[in-house]
Design a protein around this ligand. Structure first.
Ligand code: ZN
Ligand code: FE
Length: 257
């Protein structure tokens, strides 16, 4: 399974999964159809599946046009997003499994950014391969999604689920927000050496207009303040050792950063 990252709109990423064995493709969160159609044409591939993480237009905006071109493609999304995702035919929840090519993804129910948000995780097929996580707008490189429809408690539980995945997992999140996320992270976790060096790397990459996605879950665990509710530095910023309180406090600071 090959993964292609397509930039869309101002800072979105669409991901195309391609199975070279039979020239089929799946797409994750098509903000718009044209870049996907272009990529499919380049690959000579047939679209068989659309995986959506949540109902926001910058993640499902291309569904209708893609289904118009590939009427047999199946659209997967959250059961809680019923009626909110164009062309949706499959309604997923925690623990469901979906397949593409020779891979099976586990579905995690991760409400917080929206009330129906799900994430797709493809475990590695061998020891030297990474797992592939598509967290939509739940987990970002260096940050997490805003709480539009959920509570801090829901989001903290959702992020805790993703944090349990193996270090050697690539994180294919939905937006290029990494630089601004890490600048905020420095304001609450400035003594973190790994965070400092990550900010240096990401600053250099962005100066050359290079993408910072995917990141590795290991580096998220070490530098993303929204996965570090038990780090003393963040506990002291929030004056609490309670994970939800720490998360809620840091999220609030980020909202006004
Ligand atoms: Zn969103
Ligand atoms: Fe988004």
């Amino acid at each position: 399974m090959d993964i292609y990252r397509l930039p869309a709109r101002t800072d979105n990423y669409i991901f195309v999964l391609h199975n070279p064995a039979d020239n089929t493709a799946a797409v994750i969160d098509p903000a718009d159809a044209p870049p996907v159609l272009q990529k499919l044409k380049e690959l000579g591939a047939t679209l068989v599946t659309i995986f959506n993480t949540h109902h926001h237009n910058d993640h499902v905006g291309g569904n209708r046009e893609l289904i118009a071109q590939f009427p047999d493609a199946e659209v997967y999304g959250s059961a809680q997003d019923q009626g909110r995702i164009p062309e949706q035919r499959h309604f997923l929840g925690e623990g469901d499994r979906v397949t593409f090519a020779d891979r099976t993804a586990e579905v995690f129910f991760v409400p917080g950014h929206t009330r129906g948000h799900i994430a797709y995780y493809f475990p590695p097929t061998s020891d030297d391969e990474p797992g592939e996580l598509f967290p939509g707008d739940t987990l970002f490189a260096g940050g997490c999604g805003r709480l539009f429809e959920g509570t801090a408690e829901q989001m903290a539980v959702s992020l805790a689920k993703l944090r349990k995945l193996p270090d050697h997992t690539r994180v294919w999140c939905g937006h290029e927000y990494t630089l601004s996320n890490l600048k905020f992270a420095m304001s609450v976790d400035g003594e973190n050496e790994e965070l400092r060096s990550r900010l240096t790397q990401v600053t250099a990459a962005r100066q050359q207009n290079q993408p910072t996605i995917p990141s590795m879950l290991a580096e998220e665990k070490a530098t993303n303040p929204f996965l570090r509710w038990n780090a003393p530095a963040l506990q002291s910023v929030a004056s609490s050792e309670d994970p939800v309180t720490v998360f809620a406090h840091i999220r609030k600071l980020k909202d006004s950063f």
